[in-house]
Ligand binder design. Structure first.
Ligand code: COA
Length: 532
């Protein structure tokens, strides 16, 4: 074993300051998560309970195996928008009868569970995760369909929801719909496109058009039950495969369905006999400096997330701004790429490219730990071919076929975000720490660039340049970019799969690797043309 050593001094003042700053960020994060858990607020929650119904999260909890973990995804969807934090839907990976499933539960206390643009993005992301990692899906349905005032943003792209369901089915990924309440109009295709449908007696309502719409369309007088009640669908239309007596019964039937899926994971089984990291994960609170300009050693992080803190570093003497090496995490072999000093030079880019190729040769998943300000700029570096070398790394990341996991620990700026497998590069999962920041560049740099460009433009027009206006513009832009770089904002836009407590990193990555192992893990046979 090559056990990493640690030089972290938990009693040092800087460590204490970093820890305090991280704890403050975690407290703020907790307050935002609480908003998602509170659903539509007291009035709607109380009304929902008075109707004898379970909350979305209670349904999820009952569905999952007792004491099993739930990897909740995108809990802060819609943060920073006009919609309720959480996006009126709960999504995540949970274990049902020993099978890891994608669970999607509408929150009927938020606008009747209607889907707004954030709910849609969140649902589509959940479907993507289910497809990429080969997970069965269980939908816990109770929704008013499209959030009508926002229809222009959801009606047309929202069609993918139903297409995804049937394509999952065709790809041998079973889909189960448990219908607890309203599921009308487009929503009727949730059960309509699912492989297995369970409806709760006297509660489920599944029709293309309710009584008022039918009256308007054809003049026919009707009622909810005859148009779309659970009994009718179980006995007459045949849309319901199972009639449940109540919500608990529906969940019980749902569990029985999953039990009978004869589910087999196609990926590698984890090795057994590994140990926990020898260094305390609690220290992860104090490793990232509050000021991201201050570098930190990512080996201190690796030492607290990998099995036995055992890490075989690759090319340790070459391209030292990027740490690369092999480890295992909860028994799954992984390659790790971690930024050490912020900037990526040509050497780091070439090292990363080789390392990614090696991982593909041996079918080893990759973990990217971000803290980068991007690729090095300047005459010397341009002449040294930094564009080509950065492009090599981006080529390798783009064409690599082993699963990637990204964790934004600190900075993730510029093309460095791309090279380190940022969101657009399709990592299977991407999580951020509360200390993360991501943008095209840092706020001061961005404001400074704008200022220089504006100054040159004024000079070209022969106009005076107002220093006062320049200072005001810079302050405004810096403020805006800083706010837009913060993890809650990025999470609200669905640019990550959740912000996590650094101490949970090992658990979250372990759950992700286990979910990934539902599908085969195989590296690519070829990359694009590498510019040498
Ligand atoms: N779009 C926008 N807002 C909606 C909505 C929708 N599809 N469905 C419900 N809401 C709003 C309601 O206006 C209400 O807002 P308010 O409390 O600010 O007045 C809130 O969500 C709760 O709705 P309410 O009707 O009081 O809840 P309920 O639990 O009694 O009934 C439904 C829920 C879903 C059965 C009912 O709201 C409904 O039928 N909605 C329309 C369904 C539909 O036809 N959708 C077609 C979309 S394709």
């Amino acid at each position: 074993m090559t056990t990493l050593k640690s030089t972290v001094d938990a009693n040092a003042p800087e460590f204490g300051a970093n820890r305090d700053a991280m704890l403050a960020k975690l407290a703020a994060l907790e307050a935002e998560h609480a908003k998602a858990v509170a659903g539509g607020g007291e009035k709607y929650v109380q009304r929902h309970r008075e109707r004898g119904k379970l909350m979305a999260r209670e349904r999820v909890e009952l569905l999952l195996d007792e004491d099993s973990p739930f990897l909740e995804l995108s809990p802060l969807a819609a943060w920073g928008t006009d919609y309720q934090v959480g996006g009126s839907v709960v999504t995540g990976i949970g274990v049902v009868e020993g099978v890891e499933c994608m669970v999607v539960a509408n929150d009927p206390t938020v606008k009747g569970g209607a889907s707004n643009p954030s709910s849609l993005k969140k649902g589509l992301r959940a479907a993507e995760i289910a497809a990429q990692n080969r997970l069965p899906t269980v939908n816990l349905v109770e929704s008013g369909g499209a959030d009508l005032p926002a229809q222009k943003e959801i009606f047309i792209p929202g069609g993918a929801t139903f297409r995804n369901l049937t394509q999952a089915s065709a790809d041998r990924l079973p889909t189960v719909a448990l219908v607890f309440g309203n599921s009308t109009a487009g929503g009727a295709y949730l059960p309509g496109m699912s492989d297995y449908v369970v409806m709760v007696k006297e509660r489920a309502k599944v029709f293309l058009g309710g009584p008022p719409l039918v009256k308007m369309a054809t003049g026919e007088e009707s009622d909810d039950e005859s148009l779309g009640g659970a009994e009718m669908h179980a006995r007459v239309s045949g849309l319901a495969d199972y009639l449940a007596a109540d919500e608990e019964d529906a969940i019980r039937i749902g569990r029985r369905i999953v039990r009978r899926l004869n589910w087999r994971k196609q990926g590698p089984a984890p090795r057994t006999g590994y140990g926990e990291p020898v260094h305390d994960p609690e220290d992860l609170l104090g490793i990232v400096p509050e000021d991201l300009k201050v570098p930190f050693d990512p080996r201190e992080v690796i030492a607290r997330i990998v099995d036995d803190s055992d890490f075989d570093e690759f090319k340790p003497l070459y391209g030292p701004s990027l740490v690369t090496g092999w480890a295992s995490l909860h028994g799954y072999p992984v390659g790790i790429l971690a930024n050490a000093r912020g900037v990526l030079f040509s050497e780091e880019s070439q090292k990363a490219t080789q390392f990614i190729q090696l991982a593909n040769q041996t079918d080893t998943p990759l973990i990217f730990l971000h803290n980068t300000t991007g690729y090095m700029v300047g005459r010397e570096y341009e002449q040294g071919g930094i564009i080509k070398h950065g492009a090599m790394m981006i080529n390798a990341v783009s064409n690599s076929r082993v699963p990637h996991l990204s964790v934004l620990m600190g900075a993730s700026y510029g093309a460095g975000h791309y090279g380190m497998c940022g969101r657009a590069y399709g990592p299977r999962f991407l999580f951020a720490w509360p200390s993360a920041k991501s943008a095209v560049m840092g706020p001061q740099q961005l404001a400074g660039v704008l200022s220089i460009v504006a100054r040159q433009a004024a000079a070209a027009r022969g106009q005076d340049y107002s220093e006062e206006n320049d200072a005001a513009m810079r302050a405004m832009v810096e403020g805006q970019i800083e706010a837009e770089s913060l993890p809650m904002f990025l999470s609200g836009m669905l640019y990550d799969d959740g912000i996590i407590d650094p101490r949970d990193t090992r658990t979250v990555l372990g759950l992700s690797l286990s979910a990934i192992a539902n599908g085969p893990v195989r590296g690519t046979d070829g990359f694009g043309v590498f510019r040498m």
